[in-house]
Write a new protein. Structure first.
Length: 232
């Protein structure tokens, strides 16, 4: 049975409904005011193919194949605005593999893949991730360093991610960087840079990867360099 509302209670009920409605309206207004609108996009209309040199120190571009890349599904297709893969070689040692993935806007819904996702999907087992600091001329770049072991090869990996003006080392910090910028009204772009080589000797390989990373950044124009590592 439906209880009828006495006339004496109707004014209070209407006031409660009004207050609830105003509360929802206020919350919607705050949410709209906080919607991110300022874009951080250092790449803009440029192409990764054009800003990454094909000659990096003593290394020369050889091919675009042979790298471990994210699975080609609908999610990974939506993640990246641009994806560049290259293999460089010189006369001194094993080839260097470079992957640069760019996403034009990070709103927290999509996150760029990290090697911790890509390599296990390709059948590799991974070592714990450690930090590797690289002197890149006037600043220290803190990168992530790990080893991937597969059936056919052992790959040593150095990588970092840039989210807007941040270089978050971990997955959690990457997500927090996106959330912090979104709350500040900003939509950050995102870059993942991965440099790797096939070598069982992790120490020797890391020294080579550090040299390649240093040469990569120094060979780029200053305005293009911040696409990979943000402003100095």
């Amino acid at each position: 049975m439906t209880r009828s509302i006495p006339d004496t209670e109707r004014p209070n009920l209407e006031r409660r409904r009004l207050l609830v409605g105003l509360g929802f309206l206020g919350a919607a207004g705050i949410a709209a005011a906080r919607m991110p609108s300022e874009k951080i996009d250092y790449l803009g209309k440029k192409k990764l193919e054009d800003i990454i040199p094909k000659q990096i120190g003593s290394w020369k571009f050889e091919t675009a194949s042979g790298l471990v890349i994210p699975p080609e599904d609908q999610l990974s297709n939506a993640l990246y605005s641009q994806l560049l893969t290259r293999v460089y070689s010189n006369e001194k040692g094993a080839p260097i593999m470079l992957l640069v993935a760019q996403s034009g806007s990070q709103t927290g819904v999509l996150q760029i893949h990290r090697p911790e996702v890509c390599y296990p999907a390709g059948g590799f087992s991974l070592s714990p991730v450690t930090s590797l600091n690289i002197d890149v001329g006037g600043r220290t770049l803190t990168t992530n360093n790990l080893q991937a072991v597969g059936d056919q090869r052992v790959e040593q990996i150095v990588y970092w991610t840039r989210i807007g003006n941040h270089l978050p080392p971990s997955w959690a910090q990457q997500r927090w960087a996106v959330a912090r910028d979104n709350l500040a009204g900003k939509i950050p772009d995102a870059i993942l840079v991965r440099v790797s080589t096939i070598d069982n000797d992790r120490g020797a390989a890391n020294a080579i990867l550090a040299n390649f990373t240093r040469d990569l950044l120094q060979s780029m124009a200053p305005n293009d360099r911040k696409i990979l590592v943000g402003p100095a």
